[in-house]
Design a protein around this ligand. Structure first.
Ligand SMILES: [Cu+2]
Length: 145
């Protein structure tokens, strides 16, 4: 009976439907901005929507997309939400969709671990731990190509 109850709790946990994979952020200096990246795996049979992110050491947090600004320039702009279709994985990564951590209240150095809160319309609030990393040359080259 106890085991069954425990299993029911596990399977009814709404956060199981949305799984956050490999979260990381880029290092950044106080007063400036940096990026937060992760993969969102939607295991449910309904689409879900990420509409808000909170991160304590940031004065302002926005969800951004990048776009072609012409003349070989990349721009980025705020979007209201990211929709993750049912049974799919959406990746936030450098040069693409990302969470912009702005007005940093402190220096974010390599190895710093912060708590971020992600808000989904269906899965609700999901807390994640995010470690700061320096961007590796390999990754920079990958998205230049
Ligand atoms: Cu941005």
């Amino acid at each position: 009976m106890n085991l069954l109850f425990a299993l029911l709790l596990v399977f009814s946990n709404p956060s199981d439907k949305i799984k956050i994979i490999d979260p990381w952020m880029r290092v950044g200096a106080q007063g400036q901005s940096t990026g937060l990246f992760f993969k969102i795996q939607n295991n449910s049979d309904k689409a879900d929507t990420l509409y808000k992110v909170e991160f304590e050491p940031a004065g302002l947090v926005q969800i951004h997309e990048t776009y072609d600004a012409g003349n070989d320039m990349m721009g980025m702009r705020e979007i209201k939400e990211i929709v993750i279709p049912a049974k799919s994985t959406f990746e936030l990564k450098p040069g693409s969709y990302h969470v912009m951590l702005m007005k940093l209240k402190q220096n974010i150095k390599k190895g710093f671990v912060g708590n971020a809160t992600l808000y989904f319309k269906k899965a609700g609030k999901i807390l994640i731990k995010v470690e700061a990393k320096e961007m590796m040359n390999k990754q920079m080259m990958e998205y230049k190509h």
